[in-house]
Ligand binder design. Structure first.
Ligand code: ADP
Ligand code: MG
Length: 322
């Protein structure tokens, strides 16, 4: 049986990157990260627990991708440039094929973003993957949740709802053919963190958040922190390509409250629409205008004609959702 230390050196220790910001990486009591002169360090942690965030038996390569992707997504939502991360792992047993696939998925995404694994912790326990990520952002330029202003446009990146649709497909709540389930499943298992967009929105967006628990719930965090309200056009939502084939009610529901999208929701002044579109082009990512920030508190939903919609929206909450 592989020891804890040979496991770490075999699967998680690599040569430092040429552009490494770690003066000391894995192997000592702490890693030593060199701060970039004049930058703030953005820090975030996200944990994935088997049976809670992913099914038992889930593909380990995809888990490697997703466990880092959800953390990168938080940096994207802050407008931060990824630098490094730590990995705290609880493993029920030493399963070498699992570890090889997990670390391959993890490092493939890490390399895409020049983000280095600099430390972590490894213990026996129910399968849990916890990453803490570090990024750089110039002071005053972070895309905080509390910066929205009345009159701002509300934008979302990419497309929404396909991850939620895949879940419904796996649960047999919606009938999907194999090709559709596979396509929607990619959105659920392998989200794309919008790092380039987050960076391009520095100086343009007033506020941003990544959509992990559903647009309505996550936009609600911007509204709460900014002490404002909003009006959303339920019919302007960029439904994912698979969801687009589903009935209107399901499309609206999964776009507004689906969860697991890992797209960005951000606000920007209407005077900057051309700049926002240019930033999105530069980042290679679509953005869609879906609503307006209002001075009046509360969230109002409308259809395309401006008629009010009363939709039952339940965003995901680990402690209030059974
Ligand atoms: P400590 O006794 O201080 O907790 P450990 O013996 O747990 O340190 O870890 C030894 C080294 O290996 C440390 O540098 C730690 O950061 C690193 N490490 C442990 N687990 C992981 C992991 N899953 N991924 C990356 N580095 C790890
Ligand atoms: Mg330890």
């Amino acid at each position: 049986m592989l020891s804890e230390f040979s496991l770490i050196s075999r699967y998680f220790t690599r040569a430092p990157r040429e552009d490494s910001r770690a003066d000391l990486g894995i192997g000592d009591d702490c890693a030593l990260l060199r701060p970039a002169p004049g930058m703030q360090i953005a820090i975030s942690s996200d944990m994935l627990v088997e049976g809670r965030h992913f099914f038992a038996g889930a593909d380990p390569r995809l888990l490697g991708h997703k466990s880092l992707a959800v953390n990168l997504s938080d940096l994207a939502a802050m407008g931060a440039q990824p630098v490094g991360f730590t990995l705290a792992l609880a493993l029920p047993a030493v399963d070498e094929p699992w570890l090889a696939a997990y670390s391959a998925g993890l490092f493939a995404l890490a390399d895409q973003h020049g983000c280095e694994l600099i430390g972590g912790d490894t213990t026996k326990g129910p399968l849990t993957l916890c990453i803490t990520i570090f990024g750089d952002v110039p002071p005053g330029q972070a895309l905080r949740r509390d910066g929205a202003q009345a009159g701002d446009d509300i934008w979302v990146s990419g497309s929404l709802g396909d991850a939620r649709l895949a879940l419904a497909g796996y649960r047999n709540e919606v009938a999907l053919d194999a090709a559709d389930l596979a396509a929607a499943g990619v959105r659920m298992h392998a989200p794309t963190p919008r790092i380039a967009l987050g960076l391009a929105l520095r100086g343009l967006a007033h506020a941003a958040i990544d959509i992990s628990d559903g647009l309505v719930g996550d936009l609600g965090h911007i509204l709460a922190r900014s002490a404002l309200g909003a009006t959303l056009n339920a019919d302007a939502m960029p439904a994912g390509p698979v969801l687009r084939k589903q009935p209107l009610a399901l499309r609206r529901n999964y776009c507004l409250a689906g969860g697991d999208d890992y797209e960005l929701c951000f606000t920007a002044p209407p005077g900057l629409r051309a700049e926002v579109a240019a930033a999105a082009r530069q980042a290679g990512c679509e953005v869609t205008l879906v609503g307006t920030i209002d001075a009046a508190p509360g969230l109002r939903l409308q259809d395309d004609a401006g008629a009010p919609l009363a939709l039952e929206i339940h965003s995901f909450d680990h402690f209030s959702t059974p």
